[in-house]
Design a protein around this ligand. Structure first.
Ligand code: E4P
Length: 224
């Protein structure tokens, strides 16, 4: 499993790259908005300096027309670095952009995927990652498990190098389901991790172990 953080929060990124085997950081304009009116490229460069070159950074275009999206992609690559994965929504114009960016050898993450058909087109266009929106699909009555399973099958059928980075999660159960359905990667906000690891039973188990140890060896002894 490739585990990515879906946030632009510097403190959270610093904290969780230390805790978890994070392989990348993703964001979109709505995620960036949560940080306030930050100096966008300085902010992204700071994220890059935290995660280093070995982890992937996925940055989304903002424009909605072909020329604008291509210009956004060029600006992102020039102002951050050439390794950034350009996130492009899978619309008609987005597919044309993906095709052109891949022709230029740019890393691409195809995003805003709600349907298998969008995914199949993005795989055919050579996207490096495709990002199905798990929770949003569920809200729309589309079964994300079945869709992700079929996306993974399509990748196998076409012997494609595209990977699925499932996104848009509201709880850890959805992340499990995406991975078990065939997603190679998942990107999630830190709220999901915090929710999942703050289970009272985990803390209770640790407290019980400590109490049992101390009952035998005393409070001021440890394994060393
Ligand atoms: C990935 O970066 C997606 O844009 C993101 O996970 C969407 O999440 P949302 O449905 O919570 O907005």
């Amino acid at each position: 499993m490739e585990f990515m953080l879906d946030t632009a929060n510097i403190a959270d990124i610093k904290k969780y790259v230390e805790i978890l085997p994070v392989v990348g950081v993703t964001s979109n304009p709505s995620i960036v908005k949560k940080e306030g009116k930050v100096a966008f490229f300085d902010h992204m460069k700071e994220i890059r300096s935290i995660i280093g070159e070995s982890r992937s950074l996925h940055v989304q275009v903002v424009a909605k027309d072909y020329d604008g999206m291509i210009k956004d992609a060029e600006t992102i690559l020039n102002k951050i670095d050439q390794k950034v994965f350009i996130k492009v929504p899978v619309s008609e114009v987005g597919l044309k952009v993906i095709k052109e960016l891949k022709r230029r050898g740019v890393n691409v993450t195809a995003t805003a995927i709600y349907t298998k058909f969008q995914a199949y087109l993005a795989i055919a266009a050579g996207a490096d990652y495709i990002a199905p929106y798990f929770n949003r699909m569920e809200n729309m009555g589309i079964d994300p498990r079945e869709a992700i399973f079929e996306m993974a099958q399509e990748i196998e059928r076409t012997d494609s190098e595209t990977k699925i980075v499932a996104a848009s999660f509201k709880n850890a159960g959805q992340v499990n389901a995406a991975l078990e359905s065939g997603s190679q990667a998942a990107t999630m906000g830190v709220d999901i991790i915090q929710q999942a690891l703050a289970m009272p039973s985990i803390g209770q188990a640790v407290d019980d172990f400590t109490a049992d140890w101390e009952a035998v060896y005393g409070a001021d002894t440890n394994l060393a």
